[in-house]
Design a protein around this ligand. Structure first.
Ligand code: HMG
Ligand code: MG
Length: 282
């Protein structure tokens, strides 16, 4: 039994571009976002307020966020600490995302904090975000395995998810950050998460390192997930996850759903144009 519709959240301008070694000019980023805005996504993740030394590609975050707001987009911005949240609220960001690893080593490398410290800081971020009435996404990275630690247990994922649920985030994106998951573990993990946290809204976030991302999407769909992150032209990767390749490609995910008779709200012609444009950014 499949749902009649799903939501695809385009993450190309953030998760996609953050891994591009060469700086993409701010004007080009704006054109990219403008093209994506015509495709029919309900939401687009356009930016992250991280340290420009850690991710130089996001050095123009303030300008990109202001532009996204001017377009009238419902967009997501990554805000890993209070400073990031402050920068985001100044630019009219409507939806924020914190990100915490299920793997201790990855979290240390990515945001220079222990998981415990990150979870503590999230409480302050959530409180502030709620005073601004922002929609809150909690990302959990490395939910299946980790390039530094190997296999990640369900309990490790549950620890971070449980914290997000306790603090009433609006949705939780479960990331296969290094793209090593397979359909069996995806089905089992999402089924267990939905059983343990029946009130929570989960999003599946796959990277296609092994070519299993589309199979993993189906496994998540069968476990009852109806929200999926993807990136046009399969742009992306994580600079702190060696070997990981791009996100699952939006155009392939859309094709898969449409051929199965599942609505996405995406205009395929406009999507093609955005994919062509994305390819010029590499
Ligand atoms: P930090 O160095 O620990 O920060 O950075 P700090 O609080 O110790 O401050 C040090 C200096 O940084 C200070 O400046 C702060 O003002 C400044 P100084 O006083 O020395 O001049 N600073 C900032 N500047 C701009 N923006 C900020 C900010 N915060 C502090 N937000 C931080 C902590 C998290 C910011 C840093 O480690 C960082 O930016 N890391 C990058 C993390 C990142 O972008 N990772 C990739 C995204 S995660 C991902 O891809 C996975 C995901 O896609 C899911 C999946 O695929 O599964 C989400
Ligand atoms: Mg990612």
């Amino acid at each position: 039994h499949f749902p009649s519709q799903v939501e695809i959240i385009e993450v190309g301008p953030r998760d996609g571009l953050q891994n591009e070694a060469v700086f993409v000019a701010t004007e080009q980023k704006k054109q990219f976002i403008e093209k994506l805005a015509q495709v029919g996504f309900k939401r687009i993740e356009t930016v992250s307020f991280v340290h420009p030394k850690a991710v130089p590609q996001m050095a123009d975050a303030a300008e990109i966020a202001a532009f996204s707001a001017e377009l009238g987009l419902t967009f997501l911005a990554l805000t890993p600490n209070v400073k990031a949240l402050t920068r985001a609220t100044e630019k009219g960001v409507p939806q924020i995302a914190v990100f915490v690893g299920a793997s201790e080593t990855f979290n240390e490398k990515n945001i220079k904090r222990s998981i415990a410290k990150s979870l503590e800081e999230c409480v302050e971020i959530f409180q502030l975000a709620k005073t601004h009435r922002l929609f809150i996404r909690g990302y959990v990275s490395m939910c299946f395995s980790c390039p530094y630690e190997g296999d990640i247990s369900y309990e490790q994922v549950k620890r971070v998810v449980g914290h997000f649920v306790m603090h009433e985030v609006d949705e939780i994106s479960i990331g296969d950050t290094n793209g090593q998951a397979n359909p069996k573990i995806v089905y089992e993990r999402f089924s267990q998460l939905k059983k343990d946290f029946p009130e929570a809204t989960f999003v599946a976030h796959f990277h296609d390192t092994n070519g299993f991302a589309y199979a993993n999407i189906l496994a998540a769909l069968q476990a009852g997930v109806t929200k999926f992150d993807s990136s046009v032209a399969g742009l992306g990767g994580c600079p702190f996850s060696p070997g990981a390749t791009g996100n699952v490609a939006t155009e392939k995910v859309v094709q898969l759903f449409h051929e199965m008779g599942i609505a996405t709200g995406v205009n395929e012609e406009k999507l093609k144009e955005a994919v062509q444009f994305a390819k010029t950014l590499r």
